[in-house]
Design a protein. Structure first.
Length: 705
């Protein structure tokens, strides 16, 4: 009998509402190419539609899942965790769900395990379409990353698992065990065997005894947990965010290399930067035979560092072991190392325990022990040429902590990316700086994004015009992230006004007086972080995000810092502030060299300012200057600008009554006056709203007419 028929004969399920959800018919439907994620969403919608009243929504839900159905239910929990607030899932709460898996393949050693499982299912389910097998092949729920999604949920439903103990006849030719104990286990939950059942009969029962009683007892236990009556059989999890403890159980094929790390397998296209990419490739090529063992790639936020190192990693994929780590704090760094340890597995990391039960030792090891075994293994001979990539290393540290505290000393070769030009990992290092992209490379990005849009871009007349593309490219100032977002914004937002001139309208908007429109663009995020979010990441990395360094950044965003013949530091060096009471921000505006240099150092460390060469002055990228002005707001801007213009006046026309001295100082101050007036225009600020003294008004008028 099926479980749905026999379960009502046992308490407390004699009063249960039993529903079935099937997908096997869809496997044969040629008009349907749904996959596991689509089915999981259908499952949630179906259950939610039957739980309308408050009483119904308070009932626990026990998902009894056979085979691939367990993958559907597991993914449904992930979807519920991500999108549970949606009205279509309103009848379900993760806290009211539990799952019992019957021969569900949660883990496997290789991608081939998932493909083998699909092939077996195709044979067992007559008439299954090749198309659906191909579609499912791209979603490998056996992967550590897929399991991690489930274990990362805010509320992890209680669950348990059984596996088949007999072989199953596949296509009447081969007899084999479809789902093993190891594959059926999930996290620290080890699957239990049901005697004398194969992959098909594990969910069918001849009586109320034997296998059925095992399943019914486990369902009672899960229901007790949901009802707030857990017993000693409760599942124990190491950490809610830990990776599953099932690890790789076989060695790589001969000639294969490890290529591991979340985010590493995406294939970004690296446009342009040919010189930089060649330089990086050559440096990586000679890492293990040179006098340096670490490469440091420096660049401002959004300049393309991650894309560059992933591109290099892919070029070295079959030549050396590659391990990629991206983290934002100490805990996520630990998690990333644990993921790598799980991907490598016990047969590599427990070589010193040969002849013993490696699997048992691995399962009984703590997360920290697994991480340390991975780090130690990095020092083995087989990793002599391995490359450990630490992406955005300065993002890992929290205030007051050393960002390198958890970097494994055993790693022979390290490539790290950072926004901080002053960061040092080892004494033997080489620096590669990513600068703004060339115009031609930016245009290439614009064209590629244009071609990827689903819209019929032939109607966007000026986006097919080379002059318009050139104008857009210049407007983003060599910033690849801004170029990508700009084209998305033009097609999806700017074109709503007039699609025939959307490109040129966008350029005009950036240089116009509508600062709210510019803010809308800076905050626009087409499935990637916005320009403003990228900027705020740097701001939050200041030791005091609202402290003196940020105040100085606000001032600098109003000064002329882009012209090569203007040194903004001389604004501070020669400023004449006689009456400090006139200047609410005298603590910043009155700084001299010894006071300003430490703050500039902080600003440079978070990539707000950079220099093309050590001998060149610091410069603010125009996008960062605009972000700073947008964040400070009009009121703060008016106050600072009024003080800056007053300083410019007194420092040029009232230097101890010496008009000649004042004239000689004009080259240090007049460019800042003109720049302030330009900013006023871009924010729709009239000179009168600055409420300047008459003499200062006259100076401003003479310099801007």
């Amino acid at each position: 009998m099926w479980l749905r028929d026999i379960l009502p004969l046992s308490k407390p399920f004699d009063k249960a509402r039993i529903m079935t959800f099937g997908y096997s018919s869809r496997l044969r439907d040629r008009g349907n190419l749904s996959g596991i994620t689509d089915w999981s969403q259908d499952l949630l919608r179906s259950v939610s539609s039957l739980r309308k009243t408050k009483k119904e929504r308070e009932r626990p839900i026990l998902f009894v899942c056979h085979s691939m159905g367990g993958l559907v239910a597991r993914q449904a929990m992930v979807e519920l965790d991500k999108y549970g607030s949606q009205s279509e899932y309103g009848g379900i709460s993760p806290a009211k769900c539990a799952l019992l898996f019957l021969s569900t393949p949660h883990s496997g050693s290789l991608e081939a395990d998932w493909n083998d499982f699909l092939t077996d299912i195709a044979q067992l389910t007559m008439g299954v379409r090749k198309e659906i097998v191909k579609t499912l092949g791209s979603f490998n729920p056996m992967s550590t990353e897929s399991q991690r999604e489930f274990m990362n949920m805010n509320i992890i439903p209680p669950f348990d698992a059984f596996f088949e103990t007999r072989v199953t006849s596949v296509a009447r030719i081969i007899n084999r065990q479809i789902v093993t104990q190891q594959s059926a286990s999930l996290s620290n939950c080890t699957a239990k065997g049901i005697p004398d059942v194969d992959h098909n009969t594990i969910c069918k029962f001849e009586s109320k005894f034997g296998g059925f009683e095992q399943v019914a007892d486990k369902l009672r236990h899960l229901k007790g947990i949901l009802d707030g009556k857990p017993d000693d059989l409760a599942i124990k999890l190491d950490k809610p965010w830990d990776s599953p403890s099932i690890a790789s159980n076989s060695f790589l094929p001969a000639g294969k290399k490890f290529f591991e790390g979340k985010g590493l397998r995406r294939n970004p296209k690296t446009q342009g930067r040919q010189v930089d990419m060649n330089n990086l490739a050559d440096s990586v090529e000679t890492l293990d035979r040179n006098d340096y063992s670490s490469l440091v790639m420096i660049g401002i936020g959004g300049i393309g560092k991650t894309t560059a190192v992933i591109g290099i990693a892919r070029k070295n994929k079959d030549r050396r072991n590659i391990f990629f780590v991206h983290a934002t704090d100490g805990e996520s760094l630990r998690k990333a190392y644990l993921d790598l340890a799980m991907q490598i597995g016990h047969e590599y990391l427990l070589k010193g325990y040969q002849g013993r039960d490696l699997y048992a030792i691995w399962r009984n090891s703590t997360s920290d022990e697994k991480i340390e075994r991975f780090k130690k293994w990095l020092g083995d001979e087989e990793n002599e040429s391995a490359l450990l990539i630490l992406d955005d290393i300065d993002g890992i540290k929290e205030f007051g902590q050393n960002p390198f505290a958890d970097v494994p000393d055993q790693a022979k070769n390290i490539l790290l990316t950072t926004r901080n030009p002053n960061i040092r990992l080892r004494d033997d290092y080489k620096t590669i700086r990513l600068k703004n992209m060339e115009i031609d490379d930016i245009i290439t990005i614009l064209k590629e994004v244009r071609s990827l849009e689903n819209e019929d871009t032939e109607d966007f007349l000026d986006l097919n015009n080379s002059n318009a593309l050139l104008s857009i490219a210049k407007a983003v100032h060599g910033h690849p992230l801004a170029a990508y977002i700009a084209m998305k914004y033009i097609i999806q937002v700017q074109s709503l006004d007039d699609y025939t001139s959307a490109g040129q309208d966008f350029v005009s908007m950036l240089s116009g007086s509508d600062h709210n429109a510019r803010m809308k663009f800076l905050q626009y995020k087409p499935q990637i972080p916005s320009i403003m979010e990228t900027f705020i990441v740097s701001k939050e990395r200041l030791s005091h995000p609202q402290g003196p360094a940020w105040s100085l950044m606000e001032v600098l965003s109003l000064l002329e810092t882009g012209e090569s013949n203007v040194d903004f530091k001389k604004f501070f060096a020669f400023s004449n502030i006689e009456n400090a009471e006139q200047f609410p921000d005298v603590d910043i505006l009155g700084l001299r060299k010894e006071g300003i240099m430490p703050l500039l150092h902080q600003i440079e460390e978070v990539s707000f300012m950079e220099r093309t060469r050590r001998s060149k002055p610091l410069r603010i990228h125009p996008l960062w200057a605009e972000c700073t002005r947008q964040l400070m707001g009009i009121h703060r801007m008016l106050s600072l600008m009024r003080q800056i213009l007053t300083i410019c006046y007194y420092s040029t026309t009232a230097v101890s009554g010496d008009t000649d001295g004042g004239e000689s100082m004009s080259c240090h101050y007049y460019p800042h006056v003109k720049h302030c007036m330009k900013i006023c225009g871009s924010f729709g600020i009239s000179v009168s709203s600055l409420k300047l003294q008459k003499e200062i008004n006259m100076l401003v008028h003479s310099l801007t007419t």
